[in-house]
Design a protein around this ligand. Structure first.
Ligand SMILES: Cc1cc2nc3c(=O)[nH]c(=O)nc-3n(C[C@H](O)[C@H](O)[C@H](O)COP(=O)(O)O)c2cc1C
Length: 246
């Protein structure tokens, strides 16, 4: 009985920390801080993005740091007809049950810590809070997923096929810089495996050379008022990941 009470208290304590984290997030989202205003958008409106704004956002992204300033990235943007072409081929592939095979290795549960596995579960709960009991299996969510979240533009960041792990790190920095730059201009975003799971289709439509691998796809556009965009994700309490030693 004592053990049960102890476990209950621990769970309650952890939950409280997460709840505080959401309070903290909501407070910060109201502030001018774009780091807190950015969140992944899974239902974009039909409002288009001009080529100019796409160029400005990518230009800002290039201010990301990289190993010896190597800037080991290239950027291919699908929009208009090329994106509709990709979307159609993706739909057909989904219908045929084609197996996803991104250029980067898909992480397996086996390589994650218990904490990461638990964070993924907590993410599932956040989805349910916004979308309803069905969570990621919700038909609206599935539809959005299959329609590439209705994004009016997708930015694909590529690297040389022999790129080192450091180059992939650099591209991560590029991606986040780009998404924050987008947010600062009122443009929403989502990085997604969904965008890169059939690289053969993307390479063919966007004429990406064989010496490039697609590292990430980032959808850009303007959020609509779908409940899919109400997902607020938590972060682990800071003392679980921060280790300062004096
Ligand atoms: C590499 C990567 C791949 C992702 N793939 C998907 C995806 O395929 N589908 C999806 O709905 N979200 C995807 N996401 C978005 C994450 O779920 C999201 O970033 C995370 O839950 C944190 O939420 P936030 O971006 O709103 O802060 C991906 C994020 C990253 C960084």
């Amino acid at each position: 009985m004592l053990t049960l009470t102890f476990i209950y208290n621990i769970q309650y304590f952890i939950k409280t920390l997460y709840i505080n984290d959401i309070d903290n997030l909501e407070e910060n989202m109201d502030s001018e801080n774009i780091i807190y205003q950015r969140k992944s958008i899974r239902s974009f409106s039909s409002k288009k993005l001009s080529d100019n704004i796409i160029e400005e956002i990518v230009l800002d992204g290039t201010r990301a740091p990289s190993w010896e300033n190597a800037q080991p990235w290239e950027v291919y943007v699908a929009t208009g007809n090329s994106l509709e072409n990709i979307r159609k081929q993706y739909m057909d592939s989904e219908t045929m049950g084609k197996a996803p095979k991104s250029d980067l290795t898909i992480p397996g549960l086996g390589e994650w810590s218990k904490t990461s596995i638990s964070n993924v579960e907590v993410w599932g709960e956040s989805v349910k809070e916004a979308v309803g009991e069905k969570g990621t299996s919700d038909p609206e969510m599935q539809n959005a997923d299959h329609n590439l979240f209705y994004a009016p533009a997708i930015v694909y960041i590529t690297a040389n096929i022999n790129a080192s792990e450091y180059s992939i790190y650099d591209i991560g920095a590029f991606g986040q810089t780009l998404m924050l730059a987008a947010k600062s201009k009122g443009v929403d975003s989502i990085p997604a495996f969904q965008f890169v799971k059939y690289p053969d289709i993307i390479k063919n439509v966007l004429e990406i050379p064989d010496n490039q691998k697609i590292v990430v796809g980032i959808g850009l556009g303007y959020a609509d008022n779908s409940r899919l965009n109400n997902i607020l994700t938590r972060r682990e309490p800071i003392d679980q990941i921060l280790h300062i030693k004096k």
